[in-house]
Structure formats: C-alpha cells, structure tokens
Design a protein around this ligand. Structure first.
Ligand code: HEC
Length: 143
C-alpha cells in the first residue's frame, strides 16, 4: 500500500474511533449548539444575551419561567423558534440545550426536559402575539 493510502486509512480509523469514544450526549449537544448558532444566534447572539430591548436574553429568565406550566410551550411557540427550518427533534434539542446552557441555575427542582411530543404539538400553534402571551402567563419583558 502506498504511504499516502496508509495515512488515509489511519485517518479514517482515527475518525471512527473518536466518534465511538465521544459519548452520545456530547454529540447531541454539539448538534444542538450548531443549530442554535445557525438559526437563533443571528438575533439572540452567539452568547445568547440578545439585543436589549428588541431581542430578549435567553439567560436565567427562561429557567424561572419553567415554574409556570403554560410557559413550557411558550418556548416553542415563539415565532423565531417554531419557524426555524429544523425538525421537531432538533428544535427540542436546541431548546433543551438553551435551558441547560444558560438557565441551569434558575430551573426549578425536578424540572423535566421538553419532550419531542410536547414540541411537536406546541409548534403547530405559533404565537401571533408572543409578548401578550408572555405578559398574561408570566410577566412583561423588561423595557
Ligand atoms: C429573526 C430574529 C430571531 C430569531 C432568528 C430567533 N429569535 Fe427568538 N426571539 C426574537 C424576538 C424579537 C423575541 C421577542 C418575542 C417576539 O417578538 O417574538 C424572541 C423571543 C424568544 C424567546 C422568549 C424569551 C423571553 O424572555 O420571553 C425564546 C425562548 C426564543 N426567542 C428562542 C429562540 C430560539 C430557540 C431560536 C432559534 C431556533 C430563536 N429564538 C430565533 C427574535 C428571534
């Protein structure tokens, strides 16, 4: 075998082994993060802090909201989330990633991640007036 081919084969094996060695959770997190970067960060910024007062931060407040059951579906029914060009499984992963990444300290004890079934159902009911729904079930966005 030519030296170049050996290197290719070795490279291939290294890739296979690294994929096997990375725990499934990490792979999952990586793709959720990538989808966040592709479909959310344009408005909410790479660091998730948004652009006050037009685009809200995704830090801390979402975790607090999760004490109110009606606010679980809110996270999905937000137009920016519901209309992202990713499937329900991917959207569930992005939202759960945002909650873990930037709201871990404020999530209520015993919080259960959003399920794909929940996301599938909620996503069909995009909020025409998200700020109103938010104010009715939680509170106004800070000005
Ligand atoms: C085109 C800009 C834009 C994109 C892209 C976008 N958002 Fe938003 N997002 C907003 C704006 C603006 C709001 C405020 C509510 C509204 O007017 O929709 C918001 C609100 C939210 C909220 C509610 C925050 C709160 O405190 O009430 C969540 C959660 C959210 N977005 C998640 C996401 C996720 C997840 C994605 C990617 C899948 C995403 N958004 C993509 C602009 C965007």
């Amino acid at each position: 075998m030519a030296a170049g081919n050996k290197i290719l084969v070795l490279g291939g094996l290294v890739m296979v082994f690294t994929t096997l060695l990375i725990p499934g959770d990490l792979l999952f997190a990586a793709s959720a993060r990538t989808n966040y970067l592709l479909y959310c960060s344009g408005c909410h910024l790479v660091n998730g802090k948004g652009n006050h007062p037009n685009v809200p931060t995704l830090h801390n407040e979402l975790g607090r909201m999760m004490t109110v059951p009606a606010m679980r579906e809110y996270l999905v029914r937000i137009p920016g989330a519901a209309q992202a060009p990713i499937n329900d499984e991917e959207l569930s992963a992005v939202i759960n990633w945002v909650l873990q990444q930037w709201n871990a300290d404020t999530l209520p004890a015993g919080f259960k991640k959003l399920t794909q079934a929940e996301v599938t159902a909620a996503r069909q009911e995009i909020l025409a007036d998200p700020l109103r729904y938010r104010a009715q079930h939680w509170k106004d966005l800070p000005h």
